[in-house]
Each structure stands twice: as structure tokens, then as C-alpha cells.
Design a protein around this ligand. Structure first.
Ligand SMILES: Nc1ncnc2c1ncn2[C@@H]1O[C@H](COP(=O)(O)OP(=O)(O)OP(=O)(O)O)[C@@H](O)[C@H]1O
Ligand SMILES: [Mg+2]
Length: 375
């Protein structure tokens, strides 16, 4: 493709006067705006109007810098102006593609745009913006219906599963008379799988409660090095069975947190079970405790295959797992652990994330706010 040329310093806005070109430019569903090197708009079509709050007429007397744009990302966090794709592209000289950007209009309605920006040779950038509000709303609604369906199904399955499990356990224990030796392994299989299904159903219901904000928290003052040590002790049978060493590296100073310690243990148990599951026999899993600004952090690092690059954006989605071929051992989980961990961490005012790996393996962190009075 030929490089896209900049309009240059002497460019007169609206100068693209070829009538056929202008008609096409104006009829596009996709908004298009050309910015000069100073971040001023020199060309704009009507579809770009809503995002930039500019119209063709505004450019009659020359290039115009758009007013402040208050945009949010998909999580609802504000996007700083310099991070808007067209300004970021101007600043760095590199393209930005398919950035999702929400604009809050009158009332609470948000309009969603997919924005890309490509640098122009000689300065400036051309930005395209597609209003995909209708598609996004439809997608969100499907997502919500799917969640409701899964939750209802889980609710309905829980009671029969519990009674099934109870009945099989009683049979296994001989409560209904002696079980033939040859049937015992079969009852064992039935019990283990019923257990697994109950765990899955409980995980789904747990996640729903956390996301709905109806999970009750029981807060207390706890020290993070101690939390990490207890998490390692709890995971040690799993580690031993997998031939993996657990190494806790405490922080020098103690770190106090006002938090729900059982929920923190639940997060660490999942991070540790993942790290152990993906570690080769004989490897070590590091559990490092650090102070990072106002937060206390536990980083769980393993020396397994790491998280494939193509999968990183889906790590924290429900039921999502990379190709299980990459895993070295263990039962296949349900792919809920990380999404539950992230939701709990958010409810505790913190965060769970994946660190860009340095060298081999994977590293995940849990960061929680430190208790202020002891800072
Ligand atoms: N330490 C790790 N190394 C490599 N891949 C990982 C690691 N931790 C997580 N993953 C990837 O992320 C996926 C999701 O992890 P998550 O904990 O959510 O689910 P799971 O462990 O598969 O199942 P569950 O936790 O519900 O039993 C894993 O299946 C794996 O593909
Ligand atoms: Mg897991």
C-alpha cells in the first residue's frame, strides 16, 4: 500500500473538492477525520461528528482542535485525553487499532465507538471511528441472558446433585449393606465426579453472588506475609503430589491489610493451584510478598510453559482455558478460577492480574490496599 500522505502545513480544510470523492467521503457510515501534526482537524465527515463534537462547517475558517472528549473504556474507567487513539498515534507515530471507546451522552446512555488511527507521512494522522452501540448492546444482552441461564441451571442442579452425591457416598460407605468388592471402584468414580460437578455448580453460584455485590465480607486486620505462608501450607499437599517446591519470599517489613482473609486465601489457592498445575516436576513456585505504594502484593510465579500470548486477553473470562495441551498435569478445571479471583479482588478493593513474563513461566499478582493507619 502507498504510504498515506500528510495534508501538510499549508493545507486548506475542505480542499478535497473532487465532487465524487467528497460524496463518498460524506456518505460513509464510518466516521473519518484527518488531523494535522498539531492535533487539529483538517477534514471531517458527518459520521465523525458525534465523537469529535465537530461538523464540516466548523472547519470553514481553518483547522480546529476538538474540545475536551470525556471518553471511558469498556470497564467504565476514564481514558486520559493523550491516550485517545488519534492523539496517541500523533504522539508516538505508531498506529492504534480497534480501541473501544464510550462516550456518555445526555442521561446515562453511552455510545460506543471502535476507533483506529494511522500516522501520515510528514505528520498528522487519519482516524476512523465506527459507532457500534447497537451491536454492543445486543452482545451485552446476549451475554447477560447466557449468564442468567447458566445461573438458573446451576441453581436447579445443585439440590439433585447434592442428594445424588449423598446417596452414592452412603452406598460406598456400606450404609445399605455390603457392596461387592468389584463395585467399589465404580462407586468411587461416581463420587469423585459428583464432587467435581458440585464444585463447578458452587463456583458458578459463587461468581454470580460476587458480581451481583451480594457476597458478604468479613473484614479483619491481617498481616500479608502470614497470609502468604498459610496459603503455601494449604497448597503444599498439592505441590508435594506434583513434585513441586513452594518458596515463600516474605517482605522485609510487615504489611497490614484490612480484609476478608478467607476470600484472600481463596484467590491465592487458585493462583497456586494454577502455578502448580503448570509446573514441571522438580520445579519451584515462588510466592513473593512486596509493598507497592499503597498496596500489599503477592506474586505467584512458576517456571512452566507460561500463558500463550494469543490467550492473554481471555485469561480472566469465564470458562476460558488455553489449549489444555499446554498443561503438564492434573485434572481439567472449569476455567472459572481466575474470573472468580478477579471478582473477589475487586470486591476487596484490589486487583488480580497477569504480569508480562520475564523469561520462562507465568506470574500472577494479587494486590490489595494496605491498612492506612499503619502505613
Ligand atoms: N500459571 C499458569 N501458567 C500457564 N497458564 C495458566 C496459568 N494460570 C492460568 N493459566 C491459563 O488460564 C486458564 C484459566 O485459569 P483458571 O484458573 O481461570 O481456570 P482453570 O485452572 O483451568 O480451572 P479452575 O480454576 O476453574 O479449576 C487455564 O486453563 C490456563 O489455560
Ligand atoms: Mg485455576
Amino acid at each position: 500500500m502507498l504510504p498515506l500522505a500528510s495534508p501538510g502545513p499549508d493545507y486548506v480544510p475542505g480542499a478535497v473538492n473532487d465532487p465524487a470523492f467528497r460524496s463518498i467521503f460524506r456518505a460513509l457510515h464510518e466516521g473519518v477525520a484527518i488531523f494535522d501534526a498539531d492535533g487539529r482537524v483538517v477534514e471531517i465527515n458527518p459520521a465523525a461528528g458525534p465523537l469529535l463534537a465537530l461538523a464540516e462547517d466548523d472547519l470553514r475558517d481553518g483547522a480546529v482542535r476538538p474540545g475536551p472528549i470525556e471518553a471511558v473504556n469498556e470497564r467504565g474507567d476514564p481514558i486520559p485525553e493523550e491516550e485517545l487513539p488519534f492523539y496517541a498515534c500523533l504522539r508516538t507515530g505508531t498506529p492504534r487499532t480497534d480501541v473501544v471507546l464510550g462516550l456518555r451522552g445526555k442521561g446515562k446512555r453511552v455510545r460506543w465507538f471502535l476507533v483506529s488511527a494511522v500516522p501520515l507521512v510528514g505528520g498528522g494522522t487519519v482516524a476512523s471511528m465506527l459507532d457500534f452501540t447497537a451491536i454492543k448492546n445486543a452482545r451485552d444482552e446476549i451475554e447477560q441472558r447466557k449468564d442468567e441461564f447458566i445461573t438458573t441451571l446451576s441453581h436447579e442442579m445443585r439440590t439433585p446433585l447434592m442428594s445424588l452425591n449423598g446417596a452414592v457416598s452412603l452406598l460406598h460407605a456400606g450404609a445399605a449393606g455390603a457392596v461387592p468388592e468389584s463395585a467399589l471402584p465404580l462407586l468411587g468414580v461416581a463420587r469423585r465426579n459428583a464432587d467435581r460437578l458440585i464444585r463447578l455448580v458452587n463456583d458458578v453460584l459463587d461468581l454470580e453472588r460476587i458480581l451481583a455485590g451480594t457476597m458478604s465480607l468479613s473484614l479483619g486486620l491481617h498481616e500479608l506475609n502470614k497470609i502468604a505462608r498459610i496459603a503455601a501450607e494449604a497448597a503444599s499437599p498439592l505441590a508435594t503430589a506434583a513434585g513441586v517446591q513452594l518458596a515463600v519470599i516474605p517482605s522485609e517489613k510487615s504489611i497490614l491489610l484490612q480484609t476478608d482473609v478467607d476470600r484472600v486465601q481463596q484467590i491465592l489457592a487458585n493462583l497456586l493451584s494454577n502455578a502448580i498445575k503448570f509446573s514441571p516436576r522438580g520445579a519451584t513456585v515462588e510466592i513473593r510478598v512486596t509493598r507497592v505504594a499503597q498496596r500489599g502484593q503477592v506474586t505467584v510465579r512458576d517456571f512452566g510453559p507460561g500463558v500463550p500470548k494469543h490467550f492473554r486477553s481471555r485469561l480472566f473470562l469465564k470458562f476460558s482455558q488455553a489449549d489444555p495441551g499446554g498443561r503438564t498435569r492434573g485434572e481439567r478445571g472449569s476455567g472459572l478460577g481466575l474470573s472468580i479471583s478477579r471478582a473477589i479482588a475487586a470486591a476487596l478493593g484490589g486487583e488480580v492480574g497477569h504480569e508480562e513474563p520475564v523469561g520462562r513461566g507465568a506470574a500472577f499478582f494479587l494486590a490489595l490496599p494496605r491498612e492506612r493507619s499503619t502505613a
